[in-house]
Design a protein around this ligand. Structure first.
Ligand code: C5P
Length: 224
């Protein structure tokens, strides 16, 4: 039997990736956190494409795509992103990357550059992919689509504790502002904005634990 393709979209820090990871383990799927791809390109841009005033030069970035080699290493179903053979999984969580990623991700050239690698990973089925435009653009024919949301205060708390657990310094107010700003840019952009697919099941997990959110998703996957 062909394994399912599951799309999980939603607002920042609704737990999409950590929830997807557990579901992948339970159902024997692979998991791709597509936010890591946009963060990876942003990390590259911050290293290689800065102008004197410290802003990202988009023309330089767009002409550097052929210098970016993306590889995925399968770690028990979890696809870990390597960029030019470097494991950037921790570096892409930095505040600097978070502050710039939505600006980079709204560029058509960047989205085009990353689209094909996402789609080709889903060709054989058996994948859960989380992001902002998976159910609407990347995998519109996914077998199951979910859209996660939660209150801004709850999401701030989760992201703040996640950063501390990664050993990254954080200020709660700044974390909140970053989430609001990213959601705004992600929702308002012209190409592949953050939005709920018409056929997605919406889950507000403000008052749900991670375990409860996973159970809710699994109950639908079993039902359909
Ligand atoms: O998922 P995460 O919060 O790490 O994503 C970081 C950023 O990457 C998002 O705020 C958004 O700008 C961008 N992104 C996107 N499309 C996706 C996944 C992430 O534009 N499918």
């Amino acid at each position: 039997m062909k394994k399912p393709v599951i799309a999980i979209d939603g607002y920042s820090s609704t737990g999409k990736s950590s929830i997807s990871k557990v579901i992948a383990e339970k159902l024997g799927l692979i998991h791709l956190d597509t936010g890591a791809l946009y963060r990876g390109v942003t990390w590259f841009a911050l290293q290689n494409c800065l102008e004197e005033k410290g802003t990202i030069n988009l023309e330089v970035l767009f002409s550097s795509f052929d210098q970016i080699e993306l590889e995925f290493k399968n770690d028990n179903g979890e696809l870990i992103l390597f960029l030019n053979h470097i494991d950037i999984s921790k570096a892409i969580r930095s505040n600097e990357v978070s502050d710039n990623v939505s600006f980079v991700a709204k560029q058509k050239e960047v989205r085009d550059f990353l689209l094909q690698s996402q789609r080709s990973l889903a060709e054989k089925g058996g994948i859960i992919m989380d992001g902002r435009d998976i159910g609407t653009v990347v995998l519109p024919d996914a077998d199951y689509k979910f859209f996660l949301t939660a209150s801004i205060d709850e999401r701030t708390k989760r992201r703040y504790h996640e950063l501390l657990s990664l050993g990254i310094e954080a200020d709660e107010q700044q974390v909140k502002e970053n989430l609001i700003e990213r959601d705004r840019i992600d929702s308002e952009r012209e190409i592949a904005p953050l939005k709920q697919a018409e056929d997605a099941i919406v889950i507000d997990n403000t008052n749900l634990t991670k375990k409860e959110t996973i159970e809710e998703i699994l109950s639908h996957v079993k039902k359909i």
